[in-house]
Design a protein around this ligand. Structure first.
Ligand code: SAM
Length: 290
C-alpha cells in the first residue's frame, strides 16, 4: 500500500519494497496479465502461483484473490453493525468493488454508491476479480467515476448514514481524503449518528498518520473516534487498521445480536473478531491518550 522504494519481478516474484519500514513482501507470480497507465495511476494485474490474481497500483499491492476478504469484511461489517440501520451508504474509492459487495450483503442498505476516481480499476476488477463485482448489478448499487473529495463536498446535508473511505495511500488523488476539510464534508453530509470509516494504514509504521487522522476527525466535529485492527498480509507489515468516527453519538458497543444472527456468510468477520479488532495494544493506547 505505501509508496515502495522499487519493485521487482525478478525470478518470477513480484516484490513490493517498503522503504519506510525497511521491509518487503513478495508473491511468486506465473505471469503479468496486464499493465497500463491511466490518467491517475499505473495499474498492473498478475497471476500468482498461490494467491490467485493480484492488482498493483503505482507499484503497491492492492488486492489479491486470496486475502482480500480480510480487508473488505473489516471495512464494511463493523461499521454497518455499529450503525442502528444504515440505509444510504457511500464508498469513496474501493474500485475493485469488494467493499460494495460486502455492504450490499446488509438488507437494511437501500442505496450504496461507489465513488471511484479511476474507472479503469473497476473495469479491470470486472475482468480479473469477477467475484468481487458480483453485486454491481444489484438495483441498490450505483457506480460513479468521479473524484470522491468533490462528491462529498456536494452532498446534501444530513443525507448519508455511512461513508466508507476505501482509498489508496495519502498520496496522489487520495491525498485530499486524509484531512479535516474532507472530514468536514463527510460530517456535513452524514445524518445525526452517521459514521465515517476510513482505511488508516499500518499501526506499526503509520502511527503518526493514524494520530493525525484521529485529530482531524475531531477537528471536523466528530464526537467519537475509534481505530480497529486486523491482519492484511498483502500490505506493509501485514497488520492494518481502519478508523471510525461518529457524528453526534458515541462508539461504545455494536449490534452484537444482529452480527451473531446475520443472514450472510463471512470468512473473517464475526462478533468475537469485531470485539478483538476494537482492543488496542499498550503503545496505541499511549499514543491516543486512552
Ligand atoms: N482495498 C484495496 C486497498 O485498500 O488497497 C484497494 C482499494 S481501491 C483499489 C483504492 C481506490 O481508491 C483506487 O482504485 C483509487 O483509484 C481510488 N481513489 C484514490 N483517490 C480517490 C479519490 N480522490 N476519489 C475517489 N477514488 C479515489
Amino acid at each position: 500500500m505505501s509508496a515502495p522504494q522499487q519493485n521487482a519481478t525478478a525470478q518470477n516474484w513480484f516484490t513490493e519494497q517498503h522503504a519506510r519500514s525497511g521491509s518487503s513482501f513478495g508473491l511468486r507470480i506465473k505471469e503479468r496479465l496486464h499493465a497500463e497507465q491511466t490518467p491517475y495511476q499505473s495499474i498492473e494485474i498478475y497471476d500468482t502461483t498461490d494467491w490467485g490474481k493480484l492488482m498493483v497500483i503505482d507499484g503497491c499491492t492492492m488486492v489479491s484473490t486470496r486475502d482480500n476478504f480480510l480487508y473488505h469484511e473489516m471495512m464494511s461489517h463493523p461499521v454497518l453493525f455499529t450503525h442502528a440501520r444504515a440505509k444510504r451508504v457511500v464508498i469513496i474509492g474501493g474500485g475493485d468493488c469488494g467493499t460494495l459487495r460486502e455492504v450490499l450483503r446488509h438488507e437494511e442498505v437501500e442505496h450504496a454508491v461507489q465513488v471511484e476516481i479511476d474507472e479503469r480499476v473497476t473495469r479491470l476488477a470486472e475482468q480479473y476479480f469477477p467475484e468481487l463485482c458480483e453485486s454491481n448489478a444489484d438495483p441498490r448499487a450505483e457506480l460513479l467515476f468521479i473524484d470522491g473529495i468533490k462528491y462529498m463536498a456536494e452532498q446534501e446535508p444530513e443525507s448519508i448514514d455511512v461513508v466508507i473511505v476505501d482509498s489508496t495511500d495519502p498520496v496522489g488523488p487520495a491525498e485530499g481524503l486524509f484531512n479535516a476539510d474532507f472530514y468536514a464534508s463527510c460530517h456535513r453530509a452524514l445524518r445525526p449518528s452517521g459514521i465515517l470509516v476510513q482505511q488508516s494504514e499500518s499501526p506499526l509504521v503509520h502511527l503518526d498518520l493514524i494520530k493525525s487522522m484521529r485529530t482531524a476527525m475531531r477537528v471536523a466535529d466528530f464526537q467519537a473516534v475509534k481505530t480497529l485492527l486486523f491482519p492484511q498480509p498483502l500490505y506493509p507489515t501485514g497488520w492494518w487498521s481502519c478508523t471510525m468516527a461518529r457524528k453526534g453519538a458515541d462508539l461504545s458497543g455494536f449490534r452484537e445480536r444482529g452480527a451473531a444472527t446475520k443472514q450472510f456468510a463471512t470468512r473473517y468477520y464475526n462478533v468475537d473478531m469485531h470485539k478483538a479488532a476494537l482492543a488496542l495494544p499498550e503503545f496505541m493506547r499511549e499514543a491516543f491518550g486512552e
